[in-house]
Design a binder for this molecule. Structure first.
Ligand code: USQ
Length: 382
């Protein structure tokens, strides 16, 4: 396959570049360094120092010899994206090139507007480039479980059959997101569903939960291939944050009552899921949706697991309930279905003490780089 990866420098994008390249596919990666630049702007850079994208691609080629070309540019610039499509003619395009943080989107009006513009224009540009260059190209878009919110009914995999006043139809599962970022992802899905119906594009929407971990088969080859790893309030996902907080000797920041349940997955499983989706493309005129999680936890349960694993490594991990800066339900029903990717062959890496200890060990190496000021700033939703 010829695979174009947008957002190739990010936490998941770089790992995905190596994963496809390592399996013998031709990979082109694009990134505009949004994540690096925002880390600088907001003083919340990656815990792990990572070479720039061009250097990483060179290191990967030296070590693994895979076909991987990268370029720096902005996917919201249509001429740039169209040129990249014309040159590379991808069979699949994987869209990670979005502003991925809920707190970032809630900092102020400018960040909310940037998130909306970046995420929606990039999605529209991809739809147009695919239609123009190769309408058969499979679009794999990273969505989020947060699009569904926390409804008081079971969450289906993307679609729901509704019977109303004696008539039946099939709809996208109702969505009610709880940040501007998550709302931009709802709008993304709507845009792609429109282009699927109108132009017959083939699209897979991967509704991913918060990802944790730092190690993939490919990043384990050399420390210079490790992903960007954030633990700060803006870009860090909760479990990655908790491990860094534990190593830094800070109490784990459980927001509110801590009963917020989400579906989680190991970064290794993100690689598997995206790969399985690419190997088994959606049909022309199909918007296929998978819920990309492997197990669910409340924030309190996560804190308990980190505390227990930390104890085994002689850490005295403390937990602190902080006033929730977000507006979200802190106790709620949560029962998402997530069988589609298992049916395609996903073999989950569950959250065991071994996995947690591996994360502790990886983070300990960079302990001196932890910026305590970045851990909690309290970006408020209200
Ligand atoms: N939380 C805490 N303490 C913290 C940080 C977070 O209790 O220090 C809580 C949050 O309030 C939330 C839960 O942990 O209830 C998850 O928070 P998160 O920051 O790990 O996840 P979220 O903001 O939802 O966003 C992350 C990624 C985003 C992805 C999303 C999947 O940044 O790109 O789309 O996870 S999901 O959560 O399913 O929408």
């Amino acid at each position: 396959m010829r695979v174009l990866i947008l957002g190739a420098d990010g936490y998941l994008g770089w790992a995905t570049c190596m994963h496809f390249s390592g399996k013998g596919h031709e990979v082109a990666g694009i990134d505009n360094y949004f994540r690096r630049n925002s880390g600088l702007e907001l003083d919340c850079e990656s815990l792990i120092p990572v070479p720039n994208l061009v250097q990483r691609a060179r290191i990967w080629k030296e070590l693994a010899g895979g076909k991987l070309r990268v370029s720096i540019g902005d996917v919201t610039d249509y001429n740039f994206l169209l040129e990249a499509f014309r040159e590379f003619r991808p069979d699949s395009v994987i869209h990670y090139a979005e502003q991925p943080s809920a707190p970032y989107s809630m900092i102020n009006r400018d960040k909310a507007a940037f998130t909306t513009r970046n995420n929606l224009i990039s999605t529209i540009n991809i739809a147009y480039a695919v239609k123009e260059v190769n309408p058969d190209c499979h679009i794999i878009k990273l969505g989020t479980m947060g699009e569904y919110g926390t409804p008081n009914i079971d969450i289906e995999e993307g679609w729901i059959d509704i019977e109303h006043k004696g008539r039946k139809d099939r709809f996208l599962f109702p969505r009610q997101a709880s940040s501007v970022y998550h709302t931009s992802k709802v709008q993304d899905t709507d845009l792609l569903w429109f282009y699927v119906r109108t132009w017959g594009l083939r699209v897979t929407d991967l509704m991913q939960g918060p990802v944790y971990g730092v190690s993939t088969d490919e990043s384990d080859l050399d420390h210079r291939l490790m992903p960007i790893f954030n633990y700060d309030e803006i870009f860090g996902t909760v479990l990655n944050r908790f491990i860094v907080q534990a190593v830094a000797g800070q109490p784990l920041t459980v927001y509110g009552k801590g009963g917020q349940v989400r579906g989680y997955l190991n970064i290794k499983d993100t690689m598997q899921c995206v790969y399985l989706a690419a190997l088994n493309p959606a049909d022309r005129g199909e918007l296929r949706v998978f819920n990309q999680v492997t197990e669910t936890f409340s924030v309190n349960e996560l804190a308990g697991h980190v505390r227990r694993a930390g104890k085994g490594l002689d850490y005295d991990v403390k937990v602190k309930a902080v006033e929730n800066p977000r507006v979200e339900k802190e106790e709620h029903y949560y029962n998402p279905k997530y069988t589609g990717l298992l049916e395609l062959g996903l073999k989950p890496h569950y959250l065991t003490d071994d996995v947690l200890c591996g994360m502790f060990r990886a983070v300990e190496k960079y302990k001196d780089r932890i910026n305590r000021d970045a851990i909690f700033r309290g970006v408020k939703w209200r």
